[in-house]
Design a binder for this molecule. Structure first.
Ligand SMILES: *Cc1c(COP(=O)(O)O)cnc(C)c1O
Length: 358
């Protein structure tokens, strides 16, 4: 089978080494004669997997002691609701309206209290990260979207929230760079962009916020339940957690987050340079200062050429380059598992396409 370069926004590619390892162990995990999918989530073998995943997440991200790591289900989309359900308690929260994902989070929060839009970049189709904020001193939390996957913008540095806990959707850039945990209350991410297959959602939450969660929330939607039961209240997505563990091993083998971050910067620079040096043939759509290192959004001179670009690319093995249906254009998602070689191959194709399709 010919190698494909997968630039889809999600679910995204996984490291080849991870897939090979999972394949080799699929029928027989560690010589126990059974698959990871066939053993009890209460067994010693699974315990080693989930505890191993948790320990590696903690060490690679540098998660402080006073935070709990949870493996939940329902995707980042369930977190949009679960967060205000547990933390808002009829009070107020600040949301930065930076894109389509933030919009969905805001919609859910309004069901549980007052939402103050502390800043918005809707005036320019979310092509930049706001810089001026009207934070409320009495907010329960400030919600941010670390990387807006659709419009291709990413925070370089999170704003100072003056002690109000930050709640951050990191679905599309978690483990792509180091995280500063100061004033972080909760981080969440659907696994399928950077850390594993769909089906598991990573939540990292400060313990005082867990203790302060609303009472009267249905058992499965309460963070208290999952924190207390170490993500084993009910059957967790065992296979997905196992793959997360393998991805953590892979990140460690790359040299940890600092090394991964450096590679991601180089990959992003390679493709943005190609866009900026194309004499205007390719045009980046995000404000330069806020360009995402994970999702590169760009346009061609016409929609007809964009369609041809996506189709021709596909024939050459580059898939998933069509922009999100809500914004059009093109998008190359270059998550951790996309290597520099893949990005360089795409850049060569872009150069050739521009020459041949004036
Ligand atoms: C993909 C994505 C989501 C949605 O994730 P699901 O796991 O499909 O619910 C939310 N936020 C961001 C930033 C995303 O990239």
């Amino acid at each position: 089978m010919a190698k494909k370069y997968n630039f889809y926004a999600g679910p995204a590619i996984l490291p080849h080494e991870v897939m090979k390892k999972a394949q080799a162990e699929l029928l027989d995990l560690n010589g126990i004669g059974l698959s990871i999918m066939e053993i009890s989530h209460r067994s010693k073998d699974f315990e080693a997997v989930i505890n191993g995943a948790e320990a590696k997440i903690r060490s690679l991200l540098g998660v402080p002691e006073n935070y709990t790591i949870m493996f939940l289900q329902g995707g980042a989309s369930l977190q949009f609701g679960m967060i205000p359900m547990n933390l808002l308690k009829g009070k107020k929260a600040d949301y930065v309206h930076s894109g389509e994902w933030a919009k969905k989070a805001i919609k859910e929060a309004k069901l549980f209290g007052t939402v103050n839009i502390a800043a918005s970049s809707e005036d320019k189709s979310f092509n930049y990260i706001p810089e001026k904020f009207g934070f409320s001193p009495d907010a329960q939390y400030v919600h941010l979207t670390s990387n807006e996957t659709i419009s291709g913008i990413q925070w370089r540095k999170f704003p100072d929230t003056n002690g109000v806990p930050k709640v951050i959707d990191m679905s599309s850039d978690i483990f792509s760079r180091k995280i500063d945990f100061s004033d972080v209350g909760l981080i969440y991410a659907g696994a399928q962009k950077n850390i594993g297959p769909a089906g598991v959602t990573l939540v990292i939450m400060r313990n005082d916020l867990i203790e302060a969660c609303a009472d009267g929330v249905t058992t499965m939607l309460s963070y208290k339940t999952h924190a207390k039961e170490k993500s084993l209240y009910n059957t967790p997505p065992c296979f997905a957690i196992y793959i997360v563990k393998l991805v953590m091993d892979w990140i460690e083998a790359q040299g940890g987050l600092a090394a991964v971050e450096k590679t991601n910067e180089l990959k992003a620079k390679t493709i943005y340079d190609a866009i900026d040096n194309s004499n205007g043939y390719y045009k980046g759509t995000a404000a330069i200062k806020d360009r995402s290192r994970m999702n590169v959004t760009f346009r061609l001179p016409s929609e007809a050429l964009e369609e041809k670009f996506v189709n021709d690319a596909k024939k050459e093995g580059f898939i998933g380059l069509k922009g999100h249906r809500s914004v059009g254009g093109c998008r190359a998602s270059i998550y951790n598992a996309m290597n520099l070689e893949g990005v360089k191959a795409l850049v060569r194709f872009m150069g050739k396409f521009a020459l041949e399709n004036k």
